[in-house]
Design a protein around this ligand. Structure first.
Ligand SMILES: Nc1ncnc2c1ncn2[C@@H]1O[C@H](COP(=O)(O)OP(=O)(O)O)[C@@H](O)[C@H]1O
Ligand SMILES: [Mg+2]
Length: 226
């Protein structure tokens, strides 16, 4: 369970990115966060993965106050979530396999366990035939699929994707969204920010709309403009 309670985020320069936001997300939900550029989508995501802290209010995940983590607690909470970025953030000098394996190599697993998890994550995103390719040899859509495999390789209960299709054409965007939907059907909570109106209208998921930092709509099976 994710809760935002009266969450306000004001950046140092005075900008209010979020204003008195209240949101509840249940385990297993698929939620779109939509809104114009500057509406506060990325800030909302960053509060979830402890990249930014709320100015006031509380963000909890599974009862844990994300704004009050000690520095020792941050890594273990981060391991409970996968994060997907608009610009993929792949390591250019590593292969597909190593990009995905990298995050779990520090966790003390056997090579066999690592191989099995990486293979399974790459199967889910349909990239088993590109293990040895480098990011520069892949299309944008394929690079984002590596990003998703990396995000789920540790089996997190929560996947956060901030504009995952922002750099992709409609066909690749649709493929990425279908993969996120399949991951959600495995029971993982998925939160996706986007301003891709056609995609949101097609998917018919819960849609939370931000406008100038405020939640202005929250609809089940919603559309972009509804
Ligand atoms: N680090 C920052 N410092 C100051 N202002 C910021 C910072 N990050 C974002 N903002 C501002 O906060 C508002 C919300 O930004 P953001 O969360 O990135 O929105 P979105 O992802 O919906 O485009 C915008 O006005 C943006 O300029
Ligand atoms: Mg953003």
């Amino acid at each position: 369970m994710i809760k935002f309670r009266n969450v306000t985020k004001q950046y140092k320069n005075g900008t209010y990115a979020l204003k008195d936001v209240n949101i509840d997300i249940n385990p297993g939900e698929f939620v779109f966060i939509v809104g114009a550029s500057g509406a506060g989508k990325s800030t909302l995501m960053k509060l979830l993965y402890h990249e930014e802290l709320p100015t006031s209010g509380i963000v909890t995940i599974g009862g844990k106050d994300i704004g009050q983590l000690s520095s020792e607690e941050v890594p273990s909470v981060r391991r409970c979530m996968g994060i997907v970025f608009q610009d993929y953030k792949l390591l250019q000098n590593k292969t597909v396999y190593d990009n995905v394996a990298y995050v779990i190599r520090t966790l003390g697993m056997s090579t066999k366990e690592i191989r099995s998890r990486v293979t399974s994550a790459l199967n889910i995103v349909g990239l088993s035939d590109k293990l040895n390719a480098f990011p520069s040899e892949l299309s944008g859509g394929e690079q984002q699929r590596v990003g998703i495999a990396r995000a789920i390789v540790n089996g997190p209960p929560l996947l956060i994707a901030d504009e995952p299709t922002g750099n992709l054409d409609p066909t690749n965007s649709m493929e990425i969204m279908q993969i996120l939907d399949q991951i959600n059907q495995r029971g993982i909570t998925v939160i996706v920010s986007t301003h891709d109106e056609a995609m949101v209208n097609y998917m018919r998921k819960r849609v939370i709309t931000l406008g100038f930092g405020e939640v202005i709509k929250d609809r089940q099976a919603g559309t972009y403009e509804q």
